[in-house]
Design a protein around this ligand. Structure first.
Ligand code: NAD
Length: 529
């Protein structure tokens, strides 16, 4: 067991040995595409005959895998199974549960390129983006294993004479894990790992756009000996089985990451007490963003332009942390626009299997249509197209990195989450105005400020209301343990994945107090509880 958490290093693909290893992994994964995958409940592999297909977004005729869709009855069975398994799993020691995560992290590390290669095919991640996703999954497993061991030691309590007091963190019950497709390994594995290491059991319902990578992770759980029924693998349409597992009276908590719309729906449904339900369900919801980078007039403009372009177009802008608004002080507006356009022109859009590609296809046809609709909307609302704007949906869902300048505060593309490669550039009259525009959104996930003035940065620290605020660097790229991640307002329930508070969301604290000595006093204690 590693003694201290350290982030998994990212792979340097300019080293030929590393590039060759990735090419070999891509060839191996290619040979395994198109298989059929079952649901797994209590360790039993189940086929329903009704399947959904996961397809390669960059090569739409390529089927990554076919997945049997759960029925309502199977969805209910998955929660019942997790509930039954909770009796035994909740009594395993924290050390044993942490050890499972350490072993998963170790296997993930050994096979990292294979996991990355599958994401390259299933969600069109470029090599470095897929590698980052796999590294983050390793980090989540290791970090939460260490965290569980930290919570398992005697917790500090104020001492009083005559009593021996203990506070233990105990699990909650059945956790429904609902991840998005955009970090289909890291976020899926992170929420699942947090749930099981704290002693909960899980119904894992992966996104229909990325079930193959979730199944590959689930196989690791089986390989390291996680008992059947601790995690149950349930594919199916979110709309059809999602409500069933959220509503089930035996569901104790829901760990969700995805859009604001679905997050709010889950929160609302979970609040309704069902017949036979014994608890108030807990909802951990990490939702969307409308993230902004502010450039002040005293900023290093080259650094700012580079940070904007990296944050806007890394993984096609399909990160919740992606910069979708660049808010620029009028005094440097034209210079920044030139520099952003120049850097955007260098982005190479192509197949994600090609190591030279720096941006690839968006996730699916629906996203392709919606994102193109936002580009049209941006132009029709007075925006000036300064880069991109084109798209090609023939072979895959390719959209050029698109920059729309002169976007007015309050315009549709300045307010709504686009979740694609579209950057709105907004002119601010000064720094006051820039901060006001940045905060004028229902979201509050990430943000960045480029400035060389300490006073401006200090002001942003107080006034820029986002969960993850960065200075003089891009607004994407949070590392587990280093940058605990999660947003405010409509970006979620204010949790911080990869932070020291996170596991508390999956546990409750039980206090036990024992009288030392024979006599028991019943005298009034003067406390409120
Ligand atoms: P989504 O909301 O469409 O889907 C998320 C998950 O919910 C999927 O597994 C989906 O199948 C499931 N789902 C759909 N309907 C459901 C229902 N009725 N009941 C239960 N589950 C249901 O989101 P997405 O397109 O997969 O992901 C993109 C979104 O995720 C963006 O808004 C992005 O900002 C957000 N995101 C947020 C974070 C964060 O940390 N805050 C991280 C990554 C992604």
């Amino acid at each position: 067991m590693p003694t201290e958490f350290r982030n998994e290093p990212l792979t340097d693909f300019s080293i030929e040995g590393n590039a060759a290893a990735m090419r070999a992994a891509i060839a191996k994964v290619k040979g395994e595409l198109g298989r059929e995958y079952p649901l797994v409940i209590a360790g039993e592999r189940i086929s329903t005959g009704d399947t959904l297909k996961s397809i390669n977004p960059a090569n739409r005729s390529e089927v990554v895998g076919s997945f049997h869709k759960a029925t309502k009855e199977l969805a209910n069975r998955a929660v019942d199974t997790a509930h039954a398994t909770f009796k035994t799993w909740s009594t395993t020691s924290a050390a044993e549960r942490a050890d499972i995560l350490f072993r998963i992290a170790s296997l993930l590390r050994q096979r990292k390129h294979e996991f990355s290669a599958l994401m390259i095919h299933e969600v069109s991640k470029t090599w470095p983006e897929a590698d980052g996703d796999t590294a983050e999954a390793i980090d989540f497993c290791e970090f939460y294993a260490h965290e569980m061991l930290r919570y398992a030691v005697p917790q500090p309590l104020t001492k009083i004479d005559g009593e021996d007091n203990n506070l233990d963190y105990i699990p909650l019950g059945v956790c429904v894990v609902i991840p998005p497709w955009n970090f289909p390994l890291a976020i899926m594995a992170g929420m699942t790992a947090a749930a099981i290491v704290t002693g909960n059991t899980v119904v894992l319902k992966p996104s229909s756009d990325a079930p193959a990578i979730a199944f590959k992770f689930f196989e690791l759980l089986e390989e390291v000996g996680l008992p059947p029924g601790v995690v149950n693998f349930l594919t199916g349409s979110g709309a059809e089985v999602g409500d069933v597992i959220v509503d089930h009276p035996k569901t104790r908590l829901i760990a969700f990451t995805g859009s604001k719309e679905i997050g709010l729906r889950i929160n609302e449904r979970a609040a309704k007490t069902q017949d036979g339900q014994l608890w108030i369900k807990r909802v951990i919801a990490e939702m969307g963003g409308k993230d902004a980078i502010i450039v002040a007039d005293d900023a290093n403009l080259d650094d700012a332009a580079t940070g904007i372009v990296q944050s806007a177009f890394g993984f096609q802008g399909e990160k919740c942390s992606a910069c979708s608004r660049a808010i620029i002080d009028a005094k440097v507006y034209d210079t920044i626009l030139d520099k952003v356009a120049e850097r955007t022109a260098k982005i190479k859009v192509g197949q994600p299997t090609d190591s030279a590609t720096t941006m690839s296809a968006v996730i699916n046809e629906k996203a392709f249509t919606t994102i193109n609709g936002y580009i049209e909307k941006g132009k029709s609302e007075g925006g000036r197209l300064i880069a991109g704007g084109g798209s090609d949906g023939e072979q895959g869902f390719f959209i050029e990195p698109t920059v729309i300048a002169d976007v007015k505060p309050g315009a549709t593309i300045e307010q709504e989450e686009i979740f694609g490669p579209v950057l709105a550039v907004i002119k601010a009259s000064d720094y006051d105005d820039a901060l006001r525009i940045a905060n004028d959104t229902e979201f509050g996930l990430t943000g960045a400020v480029y400035s060389t003035d300490e006073a401006k940065l200090a002001r942003a620290r107080r006034e820029f209301h986002v969960g993850n605020l960065y200075f003089n660097r891009k607004c994407t790229g949070a590392f587990v343990g280093v940058h605990p991640f999660g947003g405010f307002n409509m970006s979620g329930t204010d949790s911080k994945a990869g932070g020291r508070d996170y596991l508390l969301l999956f546990m409750q604290a039980k206090l036990s107090s024992a009288k030392i000595g024979a006599t028991v006093s019943n005298k009034a204690d003067g406390t409120s509880a």
